[in-house]
Write a protein that binds this ligand. Structure first.
Ligand code: GLU
Length: 484
């Protein structure tokens, strides 16, 4: 047996928006190809011109690029199986449909729109009653001679069952009698999606068809087409739905009310593309061990189809945030600075700053870069605050001891010959030791006076170090005054 080279395809319709479900499909197709040394193809499915949105193809390119999902073949990079845009392939479908007519697997349907509408109204079921399925040769000749418009429909078997195996959902069987004689080619000669995808997948040598589970019910019809042509059926990998958590704890299909659902929107919300990809990779796929953080390279090496789950995955924004924070923590200094700089500038303008010190205090707790201004704006300007902030049970501080200790700390700091993190540290720790106080009893009032808020990135020492001597002492004076 010849082992065919694995070829997968991502076949988005350009709708101007990349839902995380679509992105996951693209990612899994890419990973299936890469994990088996195969080829990943991008095909743009734009036959449904009514759904066409200007600039939508660019959204697809940009998303794939930002996400690090690189196609080996596609409209922009070419390949041996082009064209890769469905509308440019439009002339190749009709001959296949005509072949099916010849073989008795499809037929011309001359029914008018009015008749079909009436049918739908009267029968209550949207289906077609196969009116034209058994027209005589003469009737057909006659209509063709009169240029009566027609569509081409697939002739479904009326009896028996169709069974296929999905790599995720297992064996699926349907009664053929349930299958509609679906339209393959429209009156304008263009194929429907249901026909085009089969022709395209076959002629592009696709071995694994990966797509959302909403296509599961159509798959038997596609298989009947493969069989009618005598073509090898690809491996089907249908992916489970992505759900969102509702406020009442139930779940429903992920939509805007759960949060951002588009890749670009998530990036805009402050999630890093690498974190989104890592999270999405695990949204419906389970690695062999409990590893959670995966680079794209690691995913390419570890991905396997059997790890895909058929139960719906729930999109958890908190978990995504956790991934984001992990990616931020692991960033090298230069990348971190590049991400943080616009926000530093937003807070400090062009002021000279030692940004590496800010990097250090932020990195460990930062969930999103866009949170930076909120976290560090107290450095630029001491906020208004209430003296009650000096009271803290855990640090054993109250409105009696805070002024005393703050005053002492202030005097000692003021006397420091040099203002470095080490010097500030030793000064405050020594004071606590000499006075037999908890470190916190000294640090708390100093930090409150320096920052004017309870929650800060970094502790008293780091804050004083970043503020510098003059600003620090000024703020401690303000604190003392506040405490009377
Ligand atoms: N163009 C279809 C969509 O965007 C693709 C479905 C498939 O992968 O076959 O839903």
């Amino acid at each position: 047996m010849v082992i065919k080279k694995v070829r997968t395809r991502y076949a988005p319709s350009p709708t101007g928006f990349m839902h995380v479900g679509n992105l996951r499909t693209a990612l899994y197709e890419y990973l299936i190809a890469k994990s088996m040394d195969g080829t990943f193809v991008l095909r743009i499915e734009d036959t449904d011109q009514e759904r066409y949105v200007e600039g939508a193809v660019d959204v697809i390119y940009n998303t794939l690029k930002t996400a690090g999902i690189t196609h080996d073949e596609g409209p922009d990079v070419g390949g041996d199986f082009g064209p890769y845009v469905q509308s440019e392939r439009k002339d190749m479908y009709l001959p296949y449909a005509e072949q099916l007519i010849k073989d008795g697997k499809a037929y011309r349907c001359f029914c008018t729109k009015e008749r079909l509408e009436k049918l739908a109204e009267n029968s209550g079921f949207g289906g077609y009653d196969r009116h034209c399925r058994d027209l005589s040769e003469e009737e057909i000749e006659e209509k063709l001679k009169n240029n009566t418009p027609y569509v081409i429909r697939q002739k479904m078997p009326l009896e028996g069952k169709t069974t296929f195996k999905d790599a995720v959902f297992g064996e699926i069987t349907v009664d053929n009698s349930e299958l509609q004689d679906q339209i393959l080619v429209k009156t304008d000669g263009y194929p429907t999606y249901n026909f085009a995808n089969v022709i395209d997948d076959h002629t592009m040598g696709i071995t694994h068809v990966v797509r959302g589970s909403e296509y599961l019910s159509s798959t038997p019809k596609y298989n009947l087409l493969y069989e009618a042509f005598g073509w090898e059926i690809p491996t089907y990998v249908h992916l489970p739905l992505i759900m969102g958590k509702n406020e009442d704890g139930s779940v429903s299909k992920l939509s805007k009310r759960h949060g951002s659902t588009g890749f670009e929107d998530l990036v805009e919300d402050g999630y890093l593309p690498e974190a989104i990809i890592n999270y999405i990779a695990l949204l419906g796929w389970c690695p062999k061990d409990n590893q959670e953080i995966f680079s794209m390279k690691e995913l390419e090496e570890s991905f396997f189809i059997e790890g895909i789950s058929k139960s719906p995955a729930v999109f958890d924004y908190d978990k995504l945030l956790w991934f984001n924070a992990e990616y931020i923590k692991a960033m090298d200094e230069e990348t971190f600075t590049a991400h943080a700089m616009p926000y530093y500038k937003e807070v400090f303008g062009d002021k000279e700053m030692d940004y590496s010190k800010l990097n250090e205090i932020l990195r460990q707790r930062l969930e999103k870069f866009k949170d930076i201004p909120e976290k560090i704006k107290f450095f630029a300007e001491l906020p208004e605050y209430d003296k009650e902030l000096f009271v803290n049970k855990k640090s054993k501080t109250n409105l009696e001891n805070a002024p005393v200790n703050l005053k002492e700390a202030y005097e000692r700091l003021k006397a420091l010959p040099e203002w470095t993190a080490d010097a500030v540290h030793d000064c405050l720790i020594n004071m606590a030791q000499e006075k037999e106080l908890k470190n916190g009893t000294v640090m708390w009032p100093v930090r409150i006076a320096a920052a004017g808020q309870k929650v800060t990135p970094g502790g008293a020492i780091e804050i004083l170090d970043i503020l510098g001597r003059d600003e620090s002492l000024k703020r401690l004076e303000i604190g003392l005054k506040k405490l009377g």
